[in-house]
Design a protein around this ligand. Structure first.
Ligand code: SF4
Length: 199
């Protein structure tokens, strides 16, 4: 199993609740049992998509996700007013800083304010040594992969190797947020999962 000891310890010291799971399915079972009869928003996330939580939570909650509902802009706005929010991270430093890049801003805004509780579902592949490594991963790994997935007209999508800090109209990286600790007034639980998940 991946050694989560250091990152788990540092996240707890920073004030996060932390749980470790062997599989995404086990993490999804946990969230499904913990979140009931409430409203749930979801940010763009391949990990959350793979978890099946949109359908599972939808059987006993009101779930809003712009990846599944139209018009997407309306769903983005509605998801920002939910009690619970689900997201992943573009990168997590072992020292505990979490880095996320966003194009529309709804996902990173929800990490900062507006919800009673946020759950982060994070695969082992997102964990790097330092904060600098986390910024590098978010910019040069997660960003280009997402641009390729979206068929963006950007140099990273064409070349698939790194971020070019492009000035393209189709640029998908427009804001980068570092969480140094859970935001005041919002519970935050990090679910560390021993699988490679998301981009
Ligand atoms: S800033 Fe541009 S080149 Fe860099 S990852 Fe984002 S879309 Fe790609």
């Amino acid at each position: 199993m991946f050694d989560f000891t250091t990152v788990e310890q540092n996240l707890k010291q920073r004030g996060y609740e932390v749980k470790v799971f062997e599989t995404l399915e086990q993490a999804a079972d946990y969230v499904d049992s913990a979140v009931d009869q409430t409203t749930v928003g979801i940010g763009g996330s391949g990990t959350v998509k793979a978890s099946g939580l949109y359908d599972r939570l939808g059987t006993h909650n009101t779930v809003i996700w712009h990846w599944m509902q139209q018009p997407a802009d309306e769903a983005r706005r509605e998801a920002m007013a939910t009690d619970i929010y689900l997201a992943s991270a573009n990168a997590l430093a072992e020292t505990g800083e979490m880095v996320n890049i966003d194009g529309c801003g709804n996902r990173v805004a929800s990490m900062l304010f507006g919800h009673r509780k946020i759950y982060y579902l994070i695969g082992r592949n997102k964990i790097v040594k330092t904060y600098e490594d986390a910024v590098w991963r978010a910019r040069n790994v997660a960003g280009p992969r997402r641009a390729q997935q979206m068929n963006a007209k950007t140099p990273c999508a064409v070349n698939g190797d790194r971020c070019y800090d492009c000035k393209s109209p189709g640029r998908i990286c427009r804001g980068m947020v570092t969480l140094m600790a859970p935001m005041s007034g919002m519970e935050a639980e990090v679910l560390l999962i021993d699988e490679d998940l998301g981009l």
